[in-house]
Design a binder for this molecule. Structure first.
Ligand SMILES: *Cc1c(COP(=O)(O)O)cnc(C)c1O
Length: 381
């Protein structure tokens, strides 16, 4: 079943961002905007013109489709993924650019897979170092050495740096130069001293070495120019979502890449005092119209989105009311609604930042984006 719907924007005063476009929306559809992606990439280059960009594609490109994003970014210098299977799926799709495993390999047997598929690896522990030294390789591996500067998740301790660095430098299985890297824990918060301390420690450890360096995620790119070095590692920002606590996407000159849509499949009247949905969790205060939209937590719409979470429909925001179901949500269209069956609603994206929806659901935009399920139709503009 394919419904062709026209998304209108005749209410230009409130929603000039909603484009007049024709989109095939079956039930739940994520429209991926490659122009927005390229524009976000350009914004990153403007902030750090002398740095190379490793575009982070883990978790299916933050839910946008890993191969779609990789192919839409020929200007990226490399791609970053979390796991070998993600890297191999990119290779199977014909992606030939350098790919870096951001958590390194998990078992020594995997080293030969890296070598054969031209994958680069992070090294963050002794077991990985030992495995690289003992491997029998035809070609040396490209290695990124991860140093823990305070986040205390992955990375070698600063005291171990000399040992790791000297071992890797002397190791024929390792390509030179090595990339030295660290990861920032609080870069989204410009008031937090922690980032400055992390950068200072990283500088102090790596000063004067003839290697490339990398520290900045999206928030580092936006707020901490001293973290830029030779390699940036943007994820969220590429997808047009603000990584900062106190700056929105517009202020950062980035645009949402994913717009999530679904259609209205029922409109009904409810009377004041009647309830809607599971647990009778919402009660109408006045006679009104309820719109039922064909998307739910089975598609990745957050079940914890509360009453009042905005949904964009026919040029205005309508509030979610009642509990999110697996396949449906209910919205209050108001007593004088003109909406029709088949009208297409935007759940987030152009005109409705996913950051806002995340706040209503008590989570972060990263989680909403990568929770999009396979049932959601992916369309690329
Ligand atoms: C996921 C990840 C990034 C990207 O982070 P964003 O906040 O999405 O920009 C950068 N570096 C590493 C090591 C990562 O794992």
């Amino acid at each position: 079943m394919t419904v062709t719907a026209i998304v209108k924007s005749d209410n230009a005063t409130s929603l000039s961002a909603e484009p007049e476009c024709e989109t095939k929306v079956t039930t739940a559809t994520a429209v991926i905007d490659r122009d927005a992606l390229n524009s976000n990439f350009a914004t990153i280059k403007k902030l750090a013109p002398h740095s190379k960009v490793l575009a982070v594609l883990k978790a299916n490109g933050y839910g946008h489709g890993m191969a779609t994003i990789a192919k839409a970014l020929p200007q990226a210098d490399a791609f970053g993924v979390a796991r070998i299977d993600e890297a191999l799926s990119l290779r199977a799709e014909g992606v030939t650019k350098p790919i870096v495993l951001l958590e390194g390999f998990f078992a020594p047997e995997e080293i030969n897979i890296l070598a054969v598929n031209n994958l680069q690896t992070i090294v963050h522990n002794q077991a990985q170092l030992d495995a690289i030294c003992q491997a029998k390789l035809d070609e040396p591996l490209k290695v990124w050495l991860k140093i823990d500067t305070g986040m205390h998740r992955l990375g070698i301790a600063p005291e171990q740096f000399q040992h790791f660095y000297q071992t890797l430098s002397a190791q024929p299985n390792v390509q030179k130069p090595i990339v030295l890297m660290s990861h920032m824990g609080c870069a989204d918060d410009t008031d937090n001293q922690f980032s400055g301390e992390q950068i200072a420690q990283f500088d102090q450890l790596t000063a004067g070495l003839a290697e490339e360096r990398s520290m900045a995620n999206s928030a580092g790119i936006c707020a901490w120019p001293n973290s830029h070095y030779q390699w940036l590692r943007p994820g969220l920002m590429l997808y047009g979502v603000s990584p900062m606590l106190k700056q929105n996407a517009t202020e950062l000159a980035i645009k949402p890449v994913m717009t999530l849509k679904a259609s209205v499949i029922a409109i009904r009247q409810v009377k004041a005092g009647e309830t809607v949905g599971y647990g009778a969790a919402w009660q109408a205060q006045q006679d009104t119209h309820i719109g039922v939209i064909a998307i739910g937590y089975g598609d990745g719409y957050p079940r914890h989105a509360g009453n009042g979470t905005p949904v964009l429909l026919n040029g205005r925001r309508v509030p979610l009311v009642g509990r999110v179901s697996m396949d449906m949500i209910t919205v209050d269209l108001g007593p004088n609604a003109n909406d029709q069956l088949g009208d297409v609603a935007t759940l987030w994206g152009q005109g409705l930042p996913v950051e806002e929806i995340a706040e209503h659901a008590g989570t972060i935009p990263y989680e909403l984006l990568c929770n999009i399920t396979r049932r959601v139709q992916m369309l690329t503009n």
